[in-house]
Each structure stands twice: as C-alpha cells, then as structure tokens.
Design a binder for this molecule. Structure first.
Ligand code: ACO
Length: 436
C-alpha cells in the first residue's frame, strides 16, 4: 500500500476545522482515502451501509474491474486460468501467490489428495440431520463441525495450523458435499478415490455406487473443474467479508469458513444459481418461450417484487467474464450429453437476448452473472438444484481460506468492529410493569 501524493481534505459547514486525510494507491484500481483517524480527530464516523464505497482491507489476491468486466486472480486473467490451468493450480495460486511449477504441482496435488477422507465419525454427525434438510443447512453444520474433528489445526495464530487447515478444507469439501448428497438420496457414501483428479473424484463420490464401476466423463470433469475455477474467489464479496469478520475474532478457520457457507446460502449471493434455475423452470412450466415477454414485464415492474435471477452484480457493470466462460462450458456439456435442444438453455438464451436489448437492463447496466448459466451446467451433469450452492461453497473454500490467511498475516489486522449511526430512543427510564 503506497501513500499517494494526493491528499483528501474534509471540510465542515459548521465551522469545525477541516482535516487532511491520507490517500493510498493500490497497484491497480481505485485509490482509497484513509479514514482511520477520522473519529479521533472529528468525533464522527463515516456512513456506508452495504459497503458501497468502503475498502475494509488491503488484499493482493483478486482484482475485479467491474466496468470493464475483468477478473484476475493474483494478476492472471480468469480467461487464461480457466483455459490453461486446473482448479488445484488455482488453489495453489490463491494460497501461495504463484502458479505451481511441475514439482510444486505434483507435491500440492498429492498433499490435497492425501487429505480427502473425512473422519469416519463425521457420518454419524451427518446422521443427526433430517434427510430432507437443505444441503446448505447440512454443510454449514458439517464445516463448523470440522473444528471438533481437527483440533490440531485450529490455532489461527500458528502459520502451520493455518496451512494444514487450508489443505484440509480444500481437500474435504468435495467429500462433505458428496456425503450430504448421498445422505439425502439414501445411497451409501462413496470414499474418495485418490487416483482421480479433484473434480473427477467429486463426480465419482457423487455418482458412483458400490454396485458398478463408474467412469468419469472427461467433458463433465472439465466442466466441473471450470465451475470450481470460476467460483474460487471474488475479492471482498459478502461471504468472503463474513469469513474475514468472523475470523478476525481469532476463531478457528473451520468456524470462519462455516460462517462463509451460511452467508453464501442467501439468494442474493450464492443461492442465486438455485434461484435462477427455479426461475427458468417456472417460466418453462408456465409456457416456456411464449411466456418470456410477460415474465420480463414482471421483472421490470417494481411492485412485482420479481427479479431476474442470475442478472446484475454489485461490482460488474458489464458482462461478468465468468458468465461468458460458463456459457461456453454450458454448450460443451449439453452437446456431450446430446441435450443441445435443452429447453431451459434455449429459454436462458432468449431471456438473455431480451435483457441485453431492453432499456431497463441497459440503463441499469444489468448483465448476466456467473450464476445465469452455471445452474444449467450443473443440472445437466446430474447435480440436484438444491446442491448448486453447495458446489459453489466447495469451490469458494479456496478463496475464503486464502483471504482469511492473508488477513491473519497482515500486520494491520484488527478485529472487525463496524460502528453505527444510532437512531433509537435516547435515554429513558424503565416504567414499572404495572404502569406500562
Ligand atoms: N432484476 C431486475 N432488476 C434488478 C436486478 C435484477 N436481477 N438487479 C438489480 N436490479 C435493479 C434494481 O431494482 C435497481 O433498480 P432502481 O435503480 O430502479 O431501483 C437497480 O437495478 C440497482 O439494483 P441494486 O439492488 O441497488 O443493486 P445491488 O448492487 O445492491 O445488487 C444484486 C446486486 C444483489 C446482485 C442484484 O443485482 C440482484 O438481486 N441480482 C439477482 C440475484 C443474483 O443473480 N445474485 C447473484 C450475484 S453474483 C454472485 O453472488 C455469484
């Protein structure tokens, strides 16, 4: 973080003296005004609900240019990572700052692979849930529960613990997501098979049964790997900020990541892929392509409360670069499975076309986000709709843990403690109950 020559001066209309605030420049992207001393100097806080203009930390992991529609992990464009690397390369990059060389890749893949099993006791913990529970409810519990199983990696102040917790989380998330699925369907759990790739192993744990051999389809394996890469990190979004805030108290990494899983569940965030697919299925049920126009009118009517799920983004005011890559993958998967005429895909393309040409969306700079096509891909692969966000959580775990470890390693790190503008009652006395 470099101090810029530029300085901000804040003046007040009530005659209080103006103050100078330092400005810092990042390596790329907007500068920031350092307001840390503002309260001490003026007795005032800043007000920014939803963090529309607030940088809560410095980070060297992910950069987004929302106006241009660019996303980079550690400087590398997402398009290059998605087409030239696999998910474990990206995990190595997010955690360690660099893509692995050949030996590092071998070592890292082996390290992750050797941690894919979960404590056998986890299945009894899982058994406590109703079988019809939402997988995100189950996952929040299972991930939080990991802190009860892996005591030797819960000290967040110990870099060794942080490293091993990161590896454990990345390695075990696919196992947990697949176990949650198997539990729901009533099929036996399938143990990880370490000869398979990360995404191949996930497909195997999800769809193999003990009765017959399961062969991983390389097109689906690659598609899933791409979903993982595209969802791996996205700078200071709601769930990542949740992980940072939760972890800032010094709690253990499993608890902090469980908080991230819980946050991701919401339909305005990771739950959007599920909500988007439900929306497309709903239009389909009501008449499909012929009903798209009517649906879009509802979306534009502020009183309807209907949003076009999979559209719009707090940061992207251009096409989400992940959505483009996802659309490509979607075409590949549907072709591989002979589903080129999939009605939901056609519907999605029609909705996208109308939205991109409609004034309502153009004026508000609403473009498809990554969730718009990822649901169709996952559904084609055979992943049930209510597990979509679980798959997102699996992928985002690498980003969450990289961000958490970056925060703990930052010398400026402090417990997160936002302030407020109090608008409630001023001081008053309790009236005895008989007189209320
Ligand atoms: N459909 C219809 N109108 C929309 C949509 C949408 N999907 N998104 C935003 N708008 C409109 C709003 O009504 C508002 O209009 P107004 O200015 O006339 O009042 C304007 O666009 C700005 O919207 P905000 O809600 O203020 O934007 P914000 O940055 O707070 O929200 C969000 C971003 C939550 C993603 C929003 O676009 C949304 O709800 N999208 C649908 C859900 C979704 O797809 N979420 C996934 C996000 S990506 C991810 O988490 C992986």
């Amino acid at each position: 973080m470099n101090l810029s020559d530029n300085k901000a001066t804040m003046s007040f209309s009530n005659g209080s003296p103006s103050i100078d605030l330092p400005v810092y420049a990042g390596s790329v992207g907007p500068d920031v005004i350092d307001i840390r001393k503002l309260y001490g100097q003026t007795g005032m806080f800043t007000y920014d609900p939803g963090f529309l203009s607030t940088a809560a930390c410095q980070s060297a992991i992910t950069y987004i240019d929302g106006d241009k529609g660019e996303l980079r992990y550690r400087g590398y464009p997402i398009e290059q990572l998605a087409t030239q690397c696999d998910y474990l390369d990206v995990c190595h990059l997010l955690l360690n700052g660099e893509l692995p060389n050949t030996q590092e890749k071998k070592d890292f893949d082996l390290l992750v692979t050797s941690h894919t099993m979960v404590n056998e006791q986890m299945q009894f913990f899982l058994r406590g849930f109703r079988r019809d529970a939402h997988p995100m409810a189950v996952l929040t519990g299972l991930v939080g529960g990991m802190s009860a199983f892996y005591h030797d990696s819960t000290d967040i102040t110990n870099p060794e613990h942080r490293h091993i917790a990161a590896i454990r989380l990345i390695a075990k998330m696919p196992t947990l997501v697949a176990m949650a699925y198997k539990y729901k369907t009533g099929q036996p759990y399938i143990y990880p098979k370490n000869s398979l790739s990360y995404s191949g192993n996930f497909l195997h744990m999800m769809f193999a049964t003990p009765c017959e051999e399961y062969k991983v389809n390389p097109v689906l394996e690659r598609a899933l790997d791409r979903i993982f890469i595209l969802h791996a990190d996205h700078e200071q979004n709601a769930s990542t900020s949740t992980v940072r805030l939760c972890g800032s108290s010094g709690t253990n990494p499993f608890a902090a990541i469980a908080a991230g899983v819980a946050c991701l569940w919401g339909p305005a965030h990771g739950g959007a892929n599920e909500a988007c697919l439900n929306m497309l299925e709903d239009i389909q049920r009501k008449g499909g392509l012929s009903k798209v126009g009517e649906f879009m009118e509802q979306v534009k009517d502020k009183n309807s409360g209907v949003r076009l799920m999979g559209f719009g983004h707090r940061v992207y005011k251009n096409y989400d670069p992940r959505a483009k890559l996802m659309q490509e993958t979607c075409k590949e998967v549907l072709a591989e499975l002979g589903l080129e005429n999939d009605p939901l895909f056609k519907l999605a393309m029609a909705v996208e076309k109308i939205a991109l040409e409609d004034d309502y969306f153009v004026q508000r700079k609403l473009y498809p986000n990554v969730d718009f096509y990822s649901g169709i891909v996952q559904r084609a692969v055979g992943i049930p709709v209510n597990l979509f966000t679980g798959v997102f959580a699996l992928a985002r775990t690498s980003g969450w843990i990289a961000q958490l470890n970056e925060m703990i390693g930052d010398p400026e790190y402090k417990i997160g403690r936002p302030r407020q503008l109090f608008t409630g009652d001023t001081l008053r006395d309790v009236v005895p109950q008989a007189k209320r």
